[in-house]
Design a protein around this ligand. Structure first.
Ligand SMILES: [Cu+2]
Length: 148
């Protein structure tokens, strides 16, 4: 009888541990925002901070939004004295590190707007990572920068 009780207890603790491990996410996204653009604009930008809380590097496989035809990750660079945007596929986030997407640097390029986007509303964005995680966040559409 005692043995059964003990076994039940051990099993319960084990189940609890597995449950916690599954609930833990390696990715944390903060300060997601998009500057308000004129209604005619078909392309918008998205900014945020993406943290990798795990001890392994994680790459961004894909980003999409139901309000846009497609989403790309770009970096703004100076090349031969010209500002140029370079597409960043499978962008890496170092173990225990983070990437900062902000005006003038790394950013999400939201291409081919399908519906009107007004200040005060949100843009849903779904990011998938090579650790198997998928995260859906909302970019706050605002005139006020939200980055730190
Ligand atoms: Cu861009």
């Amino acid at each position: 009888m005692l043995l059964i009780k003990l076994f039940t207890r051990v099993f319960f603790v084990l189940a609890l541990c597995i449950g916690t491990a599954n609930a833990d996410s390696a990715i944390k996204i903060e300060n997601a925002w998009s500057p308000e653009a004129p209604p005619v604009a078909k392309v918008l930008a998205g900014y945020m901070t993406i943290h990798n809380l795990s001890d392994k590097d994680i790459k961004i496989n894909n980003v999409k939004s139901s309000l846009f035809e497609r989403v790309e990750i770009h970096i703004t660079e100076m090349k031969n004295g010209m500002m140029k945007m370079v597409r960043q596929d499978n962008l890496n986030i170092k173990a225990k590190g983070h990437i900062l997407l902000k005006p003038g640097g790394l950013h999400m390029m939201l291409i081919g707007k399908l519906k009107p986007v007004k200040a005060g509303s949100t843009i849903p964005l779904t990011l998938s990572f090579d650790n198997g995680e998928t995260k859906t966040i909302n970019l706050k559409v605002t005139t006020v920068p939200n980055h730190k």
